[in-house]
Ligand binder design. Structure first.
Ligand code: IMP
Length: 178
């Protein structure tokens, strides 16, 4: 399946299953190396990270725990636009090494919000692992420790990422065709 149509848009494969598997394993090895001696708590950001999280964690060889969070959008009381609230952190993260697992860092605003929220709970250190980064779209200064792919600004889907809720199940990554 090289090309697919989702709702009003057409997409073509831009990253194959084999390439994803290779780079996800490489990222896991980097985490195993860098965090040797640590017992990190992985915090996976739903929904988009479910596939990446599952594949990544199969290659992690250091002792670890895993938890899942979601970002709930709601309108701010003033005209500040969309505000996102992090829900689902039940663990005590005081003095813990955290690895946030994200599907994609686009503007970086979601990640910034997560870092702010987790930062107030006194973790030892927070690392970021993102499957994809669009460096051309970053609006905030972020240090992303582990990255599988740096990609152009185009809209993508598959391997956890969606278009209007569809196509998260696809094992490849697809880019929109204009
Ligand atoms: P940011 O706050 O702009 O960095 O956006 C991050 C979130 O936007 C991700 O977690 C995704 O859910 C979504 N997103 C950003 N770019 C894409 C894309 O190309 N395809 C699908 N979802 C995307």
């Amino acid at each position: 399946m090289d090309r697919i149509r989702v709702k009003d848009k057409e997409f073509k494969v831009s990253i194959s299953q084999a390439e994803i598997a290779k780079e996800v394993e490489r990222v896991a090895q980097e985490i195993n190396e860098e965090l040797k001696g640590e017992e990190p708590l992985f915090i996976s950001v739903l929904n988009g990270s479910f596939m990446f999280t599952s594949d990544l964690l199969k290659h992690i060889r250091i002792p670890n725990q895993i938890s899942f969070v979601k970002l709930a959008s709601y309108e701010g009381v003033a005209s500040t636009g969309e505000v996102k609230e992090v829900i689902g952190i039940n663990e005590d993260i005081t003095n813990r090494t955290i690895v946030i697992i994200e599907d994609i860092v686009d503007t970086g605003l979601t990640m910034q919000r997560l870092l702010e929220t987790l930062g107030t709970r006194n973790p030892k250190k927070i690392y970021i692992a993102s499957l994809l980064v669009k460096p051309g779209k970053l609006k905030v200064d972020l240090n992303i420790d582990f990255v599988a792919f740096k990609i152009p600004n185009d809209f993508i889907l598959g391997y956890g990422l969606d278009y209007d809720g569809y196509a998260r199940n696809l094992p490849e990554i697809y880019t929109v065709v204009d």
